[in-house]
Design a protein around this ligand. Structure first.
Ligand SMILES: C[S@@+](CC[C@H](N)C(=O)[O-])C[C@H]1O[C@@H](n2cnc3c(N)ncnc32)[C@H](O)[C@@H]1O
Length: 289
């Protein structure tokens, strides 16, 4: 498909530029969250995480999905957690608030990173949560730093999954846990649909349940659980499409009519690929041995 002629380094760089542009013009963003809260009559001076947590999660299943990862990974107040591809910091703040742990969020997109810092200050969690601007393929952390690494609906964007899992293994302490969910390829023979989707949504390729299993095992992880979430996510994605449609006016106001039209077309295609059983989701919990 596209950009095949580039060498590996240029390919990764061009994929990451597309990711940054995509999230810079995403319908869920810091301004939209703050505007929605104000429209609901919430005073931002007294905003707490208990309220914010229902507006700032950019993955499927909201904070309940974060709780599942946290509980399966055994997160507690003494845990030092890394959220790889942390977006606006929704899961990172929620983990600190709910479990009392320290969390670092790493993200590539500067507008997401800056938004995450501001939202965290606003709900006074900056003593527990910090953010780094950076690439998941070259994590700015020493070896053996974290007890838990998490990730939600983001790693499909990363152009080199073997290197990503290697980096997660490197920064985890021995005995530490990786707990993540991601969008997966569940059947083959839909290359033309995928190309159409890739013109709007930046992901170089998708892993499979088996592919992640092999990458984890290669990096000396003991897989504790792997679960196919495809059915559950198909239902969640249908409501998510409705949510984006409810944001139509705000999206047009911020990014223009053409951007909204393209987004709606892309997301509709994305949801239909789930319904047809071509795309799916998975959750992995594994221990570094
Ligand atoms: C769908 S959002 C998920 C955010 C967060 N996990 C959540 O649940 O709210 C995906 C995020 O992945 C980030 N991302 C994609 N590729 C990345 C990379 N190579 N390194 C760091 N962040 C990356 C994007 O900038 C975006 O903020």
């Amino acid at each position: 498909m596209k950009r095949k002629w580039l060498n590996a380094w240029d390919f990764e760089k061009s994929e990451m530029d597309l990711v940054i542009q995509f999230y810079h013009t995403h319908p869920i963003n810091e301004d939209q969250i703050l505007q929605t809260l104000q429209e609901k009559g919430i005073n931002l001076d007294n905003l707490t995480e208990e309220t914010l947590k229902d507006y700032d999660q950019d993955h499927y299943g909201g904070v309940e999905a974060v709780d599942i990862l946290a509980q399966k990974a055994g997160i507690q107040s003494s845990s030092y957690v890394l959220d790889v591809c942390s977006g606006m910091g929704g899961p990172a703040r929620y983990l600190a608030h709910r479990y009392g742990c320290r969390v670092v969020g790493l993200d590539l997109t500067e507008s997401r990173y800056r938004g995450a810092i501001r939202l965290t200050k606003l709900v006074k969690l900056d003593h527990l949560v910090e953010f780094k601007l950076g690439n998941a393929l070259e994590m700015p952390f020493p070896d053996y730093t974290f007890h838990v690494v998490i990730g939600q609906e983001a790693w499909f964007h990363v152009p080199n999954k073997p290197k990503l899992i290697e980096e997660c293994a490197r920064v985890l302490k021995k005995g530490g846990t990786i707990a993540f969910t991601d969008i997966l390829q569940v059947s083959s023979g839909y290359e033309s649909d995928l190309e159409k989707l890739q013109q709007q949504m930046p992901f170089p390729y998708l892993e499979t349940l088996e592919g992640y299993t092999q990458l984890l095992e290669k990096n000396k992880f003991l897989i504790l659980e792997k679960e196919n979430l495809s059915q559950l996510w198909t239902t969640l994605l249908q409501s998510r499409l409705e949510m984006y449609r409810n944001l139509k006016d705000k999206t047009i106001q911020k990014f223009g009519e053409e951007h909204y039209r393209k987004w709606d077309e892309t997301y509709s295609l994305f949801v239909s690929l789930f319904k047809e059983g071509k795309l799916g989701g998975g959750r992995f919990i594994a221990k570094k041995i």
